[in-house]
Design a protein around this ligand. Structure first.
Ligand code: ZN
Ligand code: ZN
Length: 348
């Protein structure tokens, strides 16, 4: 039984070392709120951090852990006027500062003060002022906590699709078929694209179709992904755009062959630090290929994500594999070390 001034929280001590501990109950300072977490989602980033650590996210150990969450406000700090106790909300893991060069340029995802918030695997979280101001969003009445917690990863997918500037009906090929790819499918279909998904796992390819992909390419049967995409586009020209959602140098390179002349390549999957790729300069120059990276999300994408999620357009059962309790978080990470694409909802 927890004391009245403490709570249970999962902390990250070192790679492979998570512990469920008693921690002090957080208090809301000026401009802050405290949220009782009702649902937190595991994410590929968490699994990666669990295996390797994370120089930015988990700089000081033991560190709070987990970043996709929704819950109920239990305390409102001095000066907070737009949120109140008892409100059901989704809490994002960052918010722009509004003052730096990049915020002023209209690229808040590149904000120089994008201090990321961890601590979703806990009974309560204290939300710092910059996030309280911009990125704590009330939930529509009928939306569930675990569906709303998808706002963070879905906002990242919407950001990528926004940057793609989709022409209605054009073909977009996605390399990868995991959870992220499914979120991209929902975002791409909403933008009017024809979506081709590439992967190797039959269950994931089946889920891609259930999520609305127009066609899937099973790379265990058609090993040449470039030829497979070209076969499925008019005149064998290639896709109008490609989204790389794996994060491996070889798939970054593979994406280059799949686009038509004038096509765009969105490099969505982050590779390991220090990775290098070799690019076909001739292709980029003469065929006017645009390559761009995309990172994180903007508050506008979060609002858009919540709107789509509350319409029921994204069935959470296609994205969340299972429900677990807070007590099961540590064994769940230990047992699924390498299964980064599993997404569990921690229900509290
Ligand atoms: Zn995440
Ligand atoms: Zn900023």
């Amino acid at each position: 039984m927890a004391r009245a001034d403490s709570m249970r929280a999962v902390l990250f001590y070192a790679p492979g070392d998570l512990r469920l501990v008693e921690a002090p109950l957080p208090k809301a300072g000026p401009g802050e709120v405290v949220v009782k977490i009702k649902a937190a989602l595991t994410c590929g980033t968490d699994f990666k951090a669990y295996r390797q650590g994370h120089p930015v996210l988990l700089a000081h150990t033991p560190s709070p852990f987990g970043h996709e969450m929704a819950g109920i406000i239990t305390e409102v700090g001095e000066g907070v006027t737009t949120l109140w106790e008892g409100q059901r909300v989704v809490v994002l893991n960052s918010a722009p500062c509004d003052r730096c060069f990049f915020c002023e340029q209209g690229t808040p995802e590149l904000c120089e003060h994008l201090a990321l918030l961890n601590g979703a695997y806990a009974e309560y979280i204290r939300v710092p002022p910059h996030i309280t101001r911009h990125n704590v969003h009330p939930l529509p009445e009928h939306s569930s906590f675990h569906a709303a917690a998808l706002a963070e990863p879905f906002a990242c997918a919407l950001h990528a699709v926004d940057k793609m500037r989709i022409q209605p009906g054009e073909t977009i090929a996605v390399i990868g078929a995991g959870n992220t790819a499914r979120l991209l499918i929902f975002a791409l279909k909403a933008a009017g694209a024809r979506v081709l998904i590439m992967g190797r796992n039959p269950e994931r390819l089946r889920l891609a179709i259930a999520a609305g992909a127009d066609e899937v390419i099973d790379l265990t049967r058609e090993s040449d992904g470039t030829a497979a995409v070209r076969r499925r586009t008019a005149g064998g020209r290639g896709a109008g755009g490609v989204i790389e959602a794996v994060g491996k140098p070889e798939t970054w390179v593979m994406s280059m062959g799949m686009v038509r002349k004038g096509g765009r390549i969105c490099l969505f999957g982050g590779c390991a630090a220090g990775s290098k790729v070799e690019l076909d300069t001739h292709r980029i120059h003469y065929d006017e290929i645009t390559l761009f990276g995309v990172f994180h999300h903007r508050p506008a994408h979060v609002r858009q994500a919540l709107e789509v999620l509350s319409n029921g357009a994204v069935p959470p059962e296609l994205l969340i594999d299972r429900e677990i309790s807070l007590e099961e978080v540590v064994p769940f990470f230990a047992a699924n070390r390498d299964a980064s694409t599993l997404k569990a909802a921690v229900i509290m």
